[in-house]
Design a protein around this ligand. Structure first.
Ligand code: HEC
Length: 146
């Protein structure tokens, strides 16, 4: 192989590695966000239908655990074709971080509520948490039907 060819090949490999990284990050992020959505759906259904209320603490804890992951899953340059994250995520990092912080503190707050056993406050805690989802999606996620 000529020197030029070697450089060409290594450039292509580097490009593929970068591509693979953001694809992998996106897939991981999508899984985490689906889990967040799943916990939220179960919390809402449990409260609304008064079903499986004995599991509310577990769901709130799971959400609080996911909240520890969310701040790390939007690294710079991890937008992909499939991703619904708007460029604003990386163009307005401070604003985005504020929305992440709102979500994390609402999730931790909900965990505290269920652990204190104050079942009357749970509805309000879940509602507050729900506002932080919408608060971020409105500005940082592509228009979506749900
Ligand atoms: C700080 C911003 C932010 C917060 C807070 C947030 N999200 Fe998201 N969410 C996003 C972004 C951005 C995406 C798109 C990610 C992508 O496609 O790369 C997303 C994607 C999702 C998805 C789709 C996942 C997939 O790939 O199918 C679901 C479901 C979801 N969020 C639910 C929630 C729920 C429920 C909450 C609140 C409990 C929440 N999100 C809080 C920013 C946020």
């Amino acid at each position: 192989m000529t020197y030029k060819k070697i450089i060409m090949v290594s450039l292509l490999l580097t490009a593929a590695a970068i591509h693979a990284d953001s694809e992998g990050i996106y897939k991981y992020r999508s899984g985490v966000m689906k889990a967040v959505g799943g916990q939220m759906a179960s919390l809402g259904a449990s409260l609304k239908g008064q079903v499986f209320t004995e599991n509310l603490t577990l769901h709130a804890r799971a959400m609080a655990d996911l909240a520890d992951i969310v701040p790390h899953i939007f690294p710079q340059g991890s937008g992909t074709k499939k991703s619904e994250a708007l460029p604003a995520v990386w163009e307005k990092p401070e604003e985005f971080k504020n929305r992440v912080d709102d979500f994390v503190s609402a999730a931790k707050q909900l965990e505290k509520i269920v652990e204190s056993g104050d079942m009357k406050a749970i509805g309000g805690g879940v509602q507050k948490l729900g506002k932080t989802c919408k608060g971020c999606h409105d500005d940082f996620r592509e228009e979506h039907s749900n």
